[in-house]
Design a protein around this ligand. Structure first.
Ligand code: FES
Length: 123
């Protein structure tokens, strides 16, 4: 099967059937879901949504660092659903997306995947 059911928890649990071979942003917008976007190639972070349940493949994205990925953020313009998923969308889902890098800088393991350093084993 190449379909998945997407539930939007902060839009009254509205459900949508999507083609899991297509980016979630395109599939959901085509069904009338109002989602922000910019570049549509995974680089600008505008389309980020928070994954509550399920799994996606978002390998082409370059916008998120490891901290944001671990907090559940997904770049909808390149992500494909691997399973049925539940998301929070829109700016209200962005509560953990940004933080002040001067007040709260990222640890080496929280950086983008290509420059992140593994956690030091505890001694
Ligand atoms: S629209 Fe730019 S990262 Fe998705």
């Amino acid at each position: 099967m190449n379909t998945a059911i997407i539930t939007i928890s902060n839009r009254d649990n509205a459900r949508y059937h999507v083609d899991s071979r297509k980016p979630l942003l395109d599939s959901l917008r085509a069904q009338g879901v109002d989602l922000p976007y910019g570049c549509k190639y995974g680089g600008c972070i505008t389309c980020a949504a928070k994954l509550i349940l399920g799994e996606v493949n978002q390998k082409p994205q370059v916008a998120l660092n490891n901290r944001q990925i671990n907090d559940g953020y997904v770049i909808l313009c390149v992500a494909r659903a691997l399973t049925d998923c539940t998301f929070d969308i829109g700016v209200e889902s962005h509560d953990k997306l940004y933080r002040n890098p001067f007040l709260d800088p990222l640890a080496p393991h929280e950086l983008k995947a290509d420059i992140a350093q593994p956690l030091e084993p505890e001694t």
